[in-house]
Design a protein around this ligand. Structure first.
Ligand SMILES: [Zn+2]
Ligand SMILES: [Zn+2]
Length: 270
C-alpha cells in the first residue's frame, strides 16, 4: 500500500506491506526536485521503481542502511540507472548481502539486496535546492540528515521518529544519538520530514523534547544502577512492559535495550 502526500515542493510516499488489509509498519520516501530520499522496504521495491519511472527521479540519497530505507536501491540503480548516494561509512554495508535478518524484519520489510552507492559530500544540490549533509550517527553508524538552510527544512531519516521512544534497537549507540540530536538542534530546524511520520512542524521543539526525554531516561537508569539494581529490574521500572515487542523481534527492539545502551561505557567526548 502506498499513499501520497503533497507538502508543496516536497512529496511524501507513505508505504507499508499489508496483512488482511492492515498496514504492518509504515515507512516512506520523499521526493524533492528529482531527488528521492530513501527507497523504501525491499518488499515494495517494484512499486517504488514504478513511481520513480513516472516521476522522473534523477538521484536517490540514503539516510542509513536499514532495509526499510534502502530496499529499492538495487532496482533503482541497476534497472533504472538512478545514481545512489550514501554516507561513506555506509557504502560497504550497503554493498554486502544481509546475513540472517530477524524473522520480524523479513516478514515486515523483506531482505534487502546489495547495492552500490557513491559517497555523499558535505552538500547535495538539486536544480532548485541546496542541502547540507550532516552525519548523525546513533540510530545507525552511517545515518545522515539533509538540512535546507533557507527554509530550515530537515529530512531526518530515523533521527526523530517520536518525542518519547519506547523501544530501542539492540545496535543503537545512545550517546552518539544524543550528540547528533544536539548538533541538529543547533541548526534550529523549522519543519522536519520523518521517514515514518511524515511532516512534523515545530521541528526544533520536537527534537528538544526527544533529547530531554532521553537525557532524563539515562539519568534515571544510571541512578538505579548505582543503587545496585540489575538490568531486568531497571528495565521494569523505567520502560514498563516490552514483552510483546521483545518476543516479536527476538530482542532486537525492546525497552531494556535502553538500559544496556545507557550502561555501556560512555565515550570520553559524550
Ligand atoms: Zn532505521
Ligand atoms: Zn526506519
Amino acid at each position: 500500500m502506498i499513499r501520497s502526500f503533497d507538502y508543496g515542493p516536497v512529496r511524501y510516499f507513505r508505504m507499508a506491506r499489508t496483512y488482511l488489509g492492515r498496514a504492518l509498519y509504515w515507512t516512506g520516501v520523499y521526493l524533492i526536485d528529482g531527488l528521492l530520499v530513501d527507497s523504501g522496504p525491499p518488499n515494495l521495491a517494484r512499486a517504488v521503481a514504478r513511481l520513480c519511472r513516472e516521476l522522473a527521479v534523477r538521484r536517490c540519497v540514503t539516510t542509513h542502511h536499514h532495509e526499510d530505507h534502502c530496499g529499492g536501491h538495487r532496482l533503482l540503480g541497476e534497472q533504472l540507472g538512478i545514481p545512489l548516494l550514501a554516507h561513506p561509512s555506509g557504502l560497504a554495508r550497503l554493498a554486502r548481502p544481509e546475513t540472517n535478518p530477524q524473522l520480524y524484519r523479513r516478514m515486515v520489510w523483506g531482505v534487502a539486496t546489495p547495492a552500490r552507492a557513491a559517497a555523499l559530500g558535505d552538500w547535495l544540490e538539486t536544480p532548485g535546492f541546496r542541502f547540507q549533509v550532516l552525519h548523525t550517527p546513533g540510530h545507525a553508524a552511517d545515518h545522515i540528515v539533509l538540512f535546507e538552510p533557507e527554509r530550515r527544512w530537515l529530512f531526518s531519516g530515523d533521527l526523530y521518529l517520536a518525542p518519547k521512544l519506547r523501544y530501542l534497537r539492540a545496535d543503537e549507540d545512545i550517546y552518539a544519538l544524543l550528540d547528533s540530536l544536539r548538533r541538529v538542534l543547533a541548526l534550529e530546524p523549522q519543519v522536519l520530514f520523518c521517514q515514518h511520520r511524515g511532516r512534523v512542524e515545530n521541528a526544533a521543539a520536537k527534537l528538544r523534547l526527544k533529547l530531554d526525554f532521553l537525557t532524563e531516561l539515562g539519568e534515571r537508569i544510571r541512578a538505579l544502577h548505582h543503587q545496585g539494581l540489575d538490568e531486568n529490574e531497571i528495565a521494569r521500572r523505567v520502560t514498563g512492559g516490552d514483552l510483546l515487542w521483545r518476543v516479536w523481534t527476538g530482542g532486537h527492539f525492546s525497552g531494556r535495550n535502553f538500559v544496556r545502551a545507557f550502561l555501556r561505557p560512555r565515550p570520553p567526548t559524550a
